[in-house]
Design a protein around this ligand. Structure first.
Ligand SMILES: N[C@@H](CCC(=O)N[C@@H](CS)C(=O)NCC(=O)O)C(=O)O
Length: 247
């Protein structure tokens, strides 16, 4: 990839789930980039945002080429795919599972996250930092339906990973030298980045979780170094939006 420089624009580390979904894969890819973080509460935000993103939505990454031309990659899923292509070329490392069936299941799960789970997203505003005790109003039946499917989906990913790993004919060779660190497909990848903001909704709204794998997965996610790095940025950010804090 022959671009000269890359600039990633995100919004509020404290609140922006989509920004995380672009940022984390780029970090996993070790891409050297300038990072710009805009605050949605800034009075100039609605003008400023179009300087960084053609859609006014984030994450968006801008690549600048030697001849001065520029390319904008927007939407978390395409930013993540760009990160994967970069990582494959520069690091010879995929951010998706190596075995095609694992990869297809992982992509299905990330796409389901990208286009679904609207109820948990509606009832439980994204806030990586603020913790609340359980309240019924954040967990009506519609949210319970989303939660049930999320836990089912995590388990089906994990089952696929273990099925490939334990297969007599495929075994570890199909998964390269991927370590099992307790993530959906062993090591933290794009599919996990897509679910990390959901993990924080579950944790920070004290939503019910009785599922054994889901409980371990939530802990593994909270302890991942990249997730901790984002949380530090979220905690240190001087940001406050009433809508995300006080409802
Ligand atoms: N489908 C898009 C959604 C992006 C999105 O809605 N981003 C929010 C931040 S979480 C945003 O930029 N909001 C700014 C605004 O609405 O002005 C993606 O996957 O990237």
């Amino acid at each position: 990839m022959d671009f000269e420089s890359a600039t990633l624009a995100v919004v509020n580390y404290r609140y922006s789930s989509w920004s995380f979904r672009g940022w984390a894969p780029l970090k996993l890819a070790n891409l050297e980039m300038k990072e710009v973080s805009l605050l949605m509460e800034d009075p100039n935000f609605n003008i400023e945002k179009f300087k960084y993103s053609p859609t006014g939505l984030f994450p968006t990454i801008k690549l600048t080429f030697k001849d001065g031309s520029e390319v904008y990659i927007h939407d978390s899923l395409s930013v993540a795919e760009f990160a994967n292509e970069y990582s494959l070329e520069k690091n010879k490392k995929s951010l998706w599972p190596q075995y095609f069936a694992d990869r297809a299941v992982a992509r299905s799960a990330a796409c389901e996250m990208h286009s679904g789970f609207s109820q948990i997203r509606t009832y439980c505003n994204s806030n990586f930092v603020r913790h609340r005790e359980f309240e019924d109003r954040f967990c009506p039946d519609e949210v319970k339906v989303d939660l049930k499917r999320i836990y089912e989906l995590w388990n089906s990913c994990r089952k696929q990973f273990l099925q490939t790993r334990n297969s007599a004919t495929l075994g570890e060779s199909a998964q390269g030298n991927v370590k099992d660190e307790g993530f959906l497909f062993g090591e933290y990848g794009i599919v996990d980045a897509f679910f990390t903001p959901v993990v924080f909704r579950i944790v920070n709204y004290s939503l019910p979780c009785e599922d054994e794998f889901a409980k371990k997965y939530i802990e593994a996610t909270k302890n991942h170094s990249l997730v901790k790095e984002w949380l530090k940025l979220a905690v240190e950010e001087n940001s406050y939006i009433k809508h995300y804090e006080e409802f």
